[in-house]
Design a protein around this ligand. Structure first.
Ligand SMILES: Cc1cc2nc3c(=O)[nH]c(=O)nc-3n(C[C@H](O)[C@H](O)[C@H](O)COP(=O)(O)OP(=O)(O)OC[C@H]3O[C@@H](n4cnc5c(N)ncnc54)[C@H](O)[C@@H]3O)c2cc1C
Length: 256
């Protein structure tokens, strides 16, 4: 099979930077290198190409969602997190230090994972890394959609106003230590999931939380592939490169 065609990376310029909530920083990227960025990519992802040790050093690639897209610009929302030693990963560090006019190479865009129309009930769960993708998906739901969403945030003030249909109930769960407490998320999901009737579930979260929720949706509710999108966006204790490896191994086991 021919390898997938990947467009060469683009150089994007930092046009704006603002704090959305205490642990979410929004950076607007644009400039001449983004002039031919394809339209209609909100909810899709880009790959930031970072050189934490300086130009010529090793490349670190990090995945981020396109929260909004306007002509020639995209907004990217960065969760501000630290690891157990209080250190920031390269992407978080880059976002915190970025100044207007700075440039960064980005790969992509990769496709969005929207929620297909026509399901009786939508159950959505995720943490702050999935908040941008969930926001795009919820904004695109038809006004008649019914469902429940639970989003884990690091503090009360990290809640965001997201446009949802009148029949959709959106809730937030505060967890100051992301990557722990899968049970609290499971309890909310379990309480909200309809035991009768048809549903679609969309989940993106930390790896262990994803596995806990996957067992529930596949094992207990018996949701098939056409009723479930579930993905881990990061893994506690691992940088993205190692998480990617574990995620591929897990996916390979999940299909056998
Ligand atoms: C399809 C996709 C879309 C994504 N979209 C977004 C997005 O829009 N916004 C966003 O912020 N993230 C998003 N992520 C997650 C993001 O790619 C990871 O959080 C990434 O690891 C951050 O890179 P880093 O360089 O800051 O940290 P890394 O160098 O990768 O990791 C350093 C340390 O930080 C820990 N860590 C990583 N993420 C978190 C976290 N959220 N909370 C606590 N500890 C963490 C790691 O476990 C590790 O110990 C997305 C991931 C995927 C797969």
């Amino acid at each position: 099979m021919a390898p997938p065609h990947r467009p060469p990376p683009r150089t994007a310029t930092v046009l704006a930077k603002r704090q959305v909530t205490p642990n979410m920083l929004r950076i607007t990227l644009g400039g001449p290198g983004m002039a031919d960025f394809p339209d209609g990519k909100a909810g899709g992802y880009i790959k930031l190409r970072l050189f934490p040790d300086g130009p010529g050093g090793p490349l670190s690639v990090r995945t981020y969602t396109i929260r909004h897209q306007q002509a020639g610009t995209i907004d990217v929302d960065f969760v501000l997190h630290t690891d157990s030693d209080g250190e920031h990963g390269p992407a978080t560090q880059w976002a915190m230090r970025a100044a207007l006019g700075d440039t960064i190479e980005i790969g992509g865009p990769g496709p969005a994972k929207p929620m297909p129309e026509g399901h009786d009930f939508y159950l959505v769960a995720g943490d702050m890394t999935a908040l941008p993708a969930i926001s795009v998906n919820l904004e695109q739901l038809p006004a008649s959609a019914i469902g429940y969403g639970i989003i884990e945030v690091q503090c009360e003030e990290d809640r965001q106003d997201i446009e949802v249909p009148p029949g959709f109930d959106l809730d937030f769960l505060v967890n100051p230590v992301p990557g722990t407490g899968a049970e609290a998320m499971l309890a909310r999901v379990c309480a909200a999931a309809p035991r009768e009737g048809e549903m679609y579930a969309w989940v993106a979260s930390e790896f262990e939380t994803m596995r806990t929720l996957r067992s529930f949706f596949q094992g207990e509710l018996g949701l098939g592939r056409d009723q479930l999108y579930i993905s881990s966006y990061w893994k506690a204790g691992l940088a993205e490169d190692d998480h990617k490896r574990i995620k591929s191994e897990d996916a390979a086991l999940a299909v056998t």
